[in-house]
Design a protein around this ligand. Structure first.
Ligand code: PNW
Length: 495
């Protein structure tokens, strides 16, 4: 949003629900998130098994900016107290972190449980609880045990059982103290981005087959892990489980592109949400139809989008206790013209749909190549979800801003303020039930292909310093104030 329209918009806001009312509803919770491979380091400590990210960065260091890797990262494995300390300093209500599957199960299977690996997360959970911070666990944030990859990884239907077994171990270890869970982080990245672009582990390119096999198996794996909790643990622990999908908001470039924009939403969000949250379950009908046709056109005998049996549809449908999603940025989409070439989905064009991406000039670019600032996108995304699937308790499980560093991060503060304002409008004007907001991220960390070059943290980390010293940015002070005041109305001289 341009500065000018932001002013106009704030004025409209002021008229409709009171100039001073930038406060969040009572009980609204603020958190921050990280992921195991991005912060922990200690990639081979004690009996930890190798993950696909360990293999990916070691096999060909050139895959990552400046040959960076996550071998040490923020050294959170050895400095867990420091992370708890900064989470407490911010006053977080909860901290969302992920478990490294191969730290707990070195072989990937439950035949061997690592005591040291399991204890690391006990220290983290207990340390957070001691400071009054609720632990919120992600079971899987992209670091599959390598032995499971060797057996086909997400392309093997048995992954659903392997994931169920892992989930049961984890609920048994931590379920007494952890009440908020998501199974998979952004399966659209695990499946679409990995198999189409090959720029993330495991680096296998199989855009037609791998992508959609993985999509189906991710849905089944999530469902099985959700059901294990629901049946075996919920009765005694009363926690809640969902999935953290990544949602890019698509807008039509012109009116003629309206139908295409909806197709794009179904392609990115729908393939990962419809099987779980819709009343009827299964794939979005428009995508099923399109992929059936595309498959025939490309000479396949069956659709590259594997069908769900009725039993599988029922297994997946309804496997949520709340609606979680990660959101960062938006896209405009238009029909491709004859002969135009395509960049790759999901960061670039939507070739499968014959769609080209365009970015309006007033969406300011952020430090990552895929990132443009459009605060209104998060509200539109929420409204679309409600319209598609109905009313839910929504939790934003990631939102944050990429920069190239610096402690005076006014741009990050502006980003958070504008996106949070849209969330307030969605709550107060649109009547949506949004209960949790998770900032990405607590501290600078290993930003996948961008290595340590792109920063998202409230705390700056000095990656040259063996101690990985953490320093609060201006945005850390700002977020702390927002949490304290439970309001966006926090301007003061310090900031
Ligand atoms: C998320 N996109 O990834 C991940 O959950 C984090 O691990 C990551 O560090 C963070 O966002 C920032 O990048 C994304 O296609 C994956 O727009 C894909 C996209 C955005 C974020």
């Amino acid at each position: 949003m341009s500065w000018c329209s932001a002013v106009v918009f704030s004025a409209v806001l002021a008229v409709s629900w009171g100039a001073e009312d930038l406060s969040f509803p009572p009980g609204f919770k603020f958190g921050a998130a990280t992921a195991a491979y991005q912060v922990e380091g200690a990639w081979n400590a004690s009996d930890k098994g190798e993950s696909i990210w360990d293999r990916f960065v070691h096999e060909d260091p050139g895959r990552i900016f400046n040959q960076n890797n996550g071998d040490i990262a923020c050294d959170s494995y050895n400095q867990v107290e420091k992370d708890i300390e900064i989470a407490a300093e911010l006053g977080l209500h909860y901290y969302r972190f992920s478990l490294a599957w191969s730290r707990i199960l070195p072989t990937g299977f439950p035949n061997q449980i690592s005591k040291e690996g399991a204890d690391y997360y006990n220290r983290l959970i207990d340390g957070l609880l001691a400071k009054g911070i609720e632990p919120f666990i992600t079971l899987y944030h992209w670091d599959l045990p390598q032995p499971l990859q060797d057996l086909g990884g997400w392309a093997n239907p048995l992954i659903a059982d392997w994931f169920e077994d892992y989930a049961r171990v984890v609920y048994t270890l931590y379920g007494d103290r952890v009440k908020l869970w998501v199974t998979l982080n952004e399966p659209v990245v695990t499946c679409d981005l990995c198999y189409i672009m090959g720029i993330f582990a495991p680096g296998i390119v199989s855009p037609d087959v791998g992508t959609y096999l993985c999509n189906k198996h991710a849905m089944l794996a999530h469902a099985k892990a959700w059901r294990v909790y629901d049946e075996e643990f919920k009765p005694k622990y009363h926690g809640r489980v969902s999935i953290a999908n990544h949602l890019l908001w698509f807008e039509p470039l012109t009116e003629a592109d309206t139908e295409l924009a909806d197709l794009a939403r179904q392609h990115l969000a729908g393939r990962y949400c419809h099987p779980i949250y819709s009343k009827e379950g299964g794939w979005p009908a428009s995508i099923e139809k399109l992929l059936e046709k595309n498959s025939r056109d490309r000479g396949y005998n069956r659709s590259i989008l594997p069908t769900f049996t009725q039993e599988e549809k029922e297994l997946v449908r309804g496997t949520y206790d709340f609606f979680a999603f990660n959101h960062y940025t938006s896209r405009k989409i238009r029909w491709a013209k004859e002969g135009e070439t395509f960049s790759q989905w999901p960061l670039g064009d939507a070739e499968e749909l014959n769609g080209k991406i365009e970015i309006p000039e007033h969406w300011t670019p952020a430090a990552a190549s895929w990132f443009f600032v459009n605060p209104d996108g998060i509200r539109q995304q929420l409204l679309w979800l409600k319209e598609q699937y109905g009313d839910f308790e929504f939790m934003i499980t990631e939102n944050g801003m990429a920069t190239f560093g610096g402690l005076e991060d006014h741009d990050r503060i502006n980003f958070y303020r504008e996106y949070l304002k849209q969330i307030l409008i969605a709550i107060k004007e649109d009547g949506l039930n949004i209960t949790h907001y998770t900032a990405w991220t607590l501290l600078d960390n290993f930003e996948w292909s961008d290595g340590y070059n792109v920063k998202f943290g409230f705390y700056e980390v000095d990656f040259e310093d063996p101690l990985r010293t953490r320093r609060p940015r201006l945005s850390a002070h700002w977020y702390k104030k927002v949490i304290q005041e439970h309001s966006l109305d926090v301007t003061n001289d310090e900031l």
